[in-house]
Design a protein around this ligand. Structure first.
Ligand code: IPE
Ligand code: IPE
Ligand code: MG
Length: 247
């Protein structure tokens, strides 16, 4: 049995897939080759999560800040995204995985939006697992959008200001039905959040690995899940074992 078979499995894993450029540079290849190899890791990790029983997987594929990158790199990423959608649609459907997106999808070129809409539609009745792509995503943009919608509803007289609490804000985020991530993995070693899921990660366990995303596959995912299994989540409370001692 693998270690993950005996350990706690996170319901929701979110991943900042970083390090494609450095991987390519290390191999003396153009950055886009790093993204291509990263797409292979996406396939491997989606499958490994499904096999491990992870119900929600959110992948940070393109941030709202990534639009400042060179045009050729952006075009290459769009091509890869379309290729991923076309080549994986059947597998997602067969495995009852529902594709969902969060972010400013309206920023994407029409061909990408159409491809996304098609696969989202084709998988919408699936519910074994949810694969969520964060596309043109920014955590601050998401919260600002929620605030805007709440303000509009207050102005329309639908809700009173006193009703605006944490649950109300959470209900106006992109995917209100999705539980907060239990585990956030960042590959490539940077110790930062880079504007990812700012609201949702308030009590998420963080796992940063120096492994670059193109090298992150099933084995590395199992290591992250095993580490999660060793964490003690307290949510502001106290260690239950010590709690009785000090009472
Ligand atoms: C992450 O890899 C992929 C995207 C942001 C789309 P990077 O392209 O950021 O790789 P590094 O950080 O330059 O190595
Ligand atoms: C975060 O990686 C965004 C994605 C993985 C899509 P970046 O490479 O854009 O993050 P920074 O710029 O190093 O913070
Ligand atoms: Mg990066």
């Amino acid at each position: 049995m693998t270690e993950t078979a005996t350990t706690k499995i996170p319901t929701h894993i979110a991943i900042i897939m970083d390090g494609n450029g450095r991987w390519a540079q290390r191999c003396g290849l153009p950055r886009l080759r790093g993204h291509e190899e990263g797409a292979r890791s996406v396939r491997a990790v989606v499958k490994a999560c499904r096999d491990a029983g992870v119900k929600y997987l959110t992948l940070y594929a393109f941030s709202v800040e990534n639009w400042v990158r060179p045009k050729v790199e952006i075009a290459g990423l769009m091509r890869l995204l379309r290729r991923f959608l076309r080549s994986r649609e059947r597998e997602l459907r067969d495995n009852k995985v529902r594709l969902r997106v969060m972010g400013r999808v309206e920023d994407f070129p029409a061909e990408v939006r159409e491809e996304l809409a098609r696969v989202i539609k084709a998988t919408e009745s699936r519910d074994s697992g949810h694969l969520i792509l964060a596309l043109s995503y920014g955590g601050r943009a998401e919260i600002a959008r929620a605030a805007r919608e709440i303000a509009r509803r207050v102005q329309a007289g639908e809700i009173a200001p006193a009703q605006v609490d944490e649950n109300m804000v959470a209900r106006h985020l992109y995917l209100p039905d999705v539980p907060d991530p239990d585990l956030l993995i960042r590959t490539g070693g940077e110790m930062r959040i880079s504007n990812f899921l700012l609201w949702q990660v308030s009590y998420t366990e963080l796992y940063v690995t120096p492994v670059l995303w193109p090298d992150f596959r099933e084995k590395e995912l199992h290591e992250a899940i095993a580490e999660y299994g060793r964490r003690q989540r307290r949510f502001g409370g106290i260690d239950p074992a010590r709690g009785t001692e000090s009472r």
